[in-house]
Design a protein around this ligand. Structure first.
Ligand SMILES: [Zn+2]
Length: 286
């Protein structure tokens, strides 16, 4: 359950475990918590989540995604200057050394049948603009400004951009109409991940697939770096998935996991990738 509250002019929600619904308001916050943001580990299923995320209203204004990402580098620079500078130099070096293959493009080509594809949290439509011609680009973006830019950019290719939250945007899409859904670095931001996954399932046509990329809370780096782990973003990241919890959640809404090999959730990597498919017309959630 989610309750919207307002306190000292700042709007926030309090929520129960987004995976199993347990109320954990009386259990202590994890030491990973930061400032007013409380991270909880569910007393029943151990899922780690932000208990008091900003309200939708605040997400659109003061905690917009673009700003939230900038905030992390400011925090790192102030609180962990050595790690911050070392990590910047290391990233530059790594980028120079290894040219990463485009994992998303590769997966789309293999797993998405031709047809309409929706990118949830599409930003200015960077990714959609590069989709091969066999796909018609749709996007959902909560920031009105970014959605408008994406819309202008993609107008010539059909499809549509919805300036809305992910769940509202998906509800405007015709059921069983999409060939593919991209949820890249998105699900960790969603306050109601099970509702979102259920809506994604409904929007897909039978045989359609979704590609999910989220930070991996079970990664070695999180255990090693603790508070400095790059997956901790306050208050932007509200769900902290492990390979087990992600699998359980997608299966609970009816998806079949199609690709989730050891290399997709390699313990040395900060992120994990999953491809799920809607195999049946009727949702089997038992
Ligand atoms: Zn739980």
């Amino acid at each position: 359950m989610i309750n919207e509250k307002k306190d000292d002019g700042y709007s926030y929600a309090t929520r129960d475990c987004p995976k199993c619904g347990t109320v954990n308001s009386n259990s202590p916050a994890l030491t990973y918590s930061w400032k007013q943001w409380k991270l909880k580990s569910c007393s029943i299923c151990e899922f780690v989540y932000l208990e008091n995320p900003p309200g939708y209203e605040a997400l659109v204004s003061e905690f917009a995604w673009e700003r939230n990402h900038g905030d992390r580098s400011i925090r790192m620079k102030q609180e962990f200057p050595f790690t911050y500078h070392f990590s910047r130099v290391w990233k530059k070096f790594r980028r120079w050394l290894i040219r990463k293959p485009n994992k998303l493009a590769k997966r789309i080509k293999v797993y998405f049948p031709p047809g309409p594809v929706v990118d949830i949290g599409c930003g200015v439509g960077d990714y959609l603009a590069g989709l091969p011609e066999i796909y018609q680009p749709f996007g959902i973006e909560i920031s009105e400004d970014l959605a408008r830019q994406a819309s202008e950019r993609l107008s010539s290719r059909g499809g549509k951009i919805f300036a809305a939250s992910a769940i509202e945007g998906l509800s405007e899409i015709k059921k069983e109409s999409m060939s593919g859904i991209i949820m890249r670095s998105f699900l960790e931001h969603e306050r109601e991940p099970l509702v979102l996954l259920g809506s994604a399932w409904s929007a897909l046509s039978p045989g359609g697939a979704a590609i999910i990329k989220v930070p991996n809370y079970a990664s070695f780096n999180r255990k090693l770096m603790g508070n400095r782990w790059c997956g901790f973003r306050f208050p932007g990241h509200v769900n902290y998935f492990t390979p087990e919890s992600l699998r359980a959640m997608v299966e609970s809404v009816g998806f079949q996991v199609e690709k989730f090999s050891l290399t997709d959730h390699f313990y040395l990597s900060d992120n994990m990738w999953m491809v799920v498919r809607k195999c049946n017309k009727i949702r089997n959630t038992d």
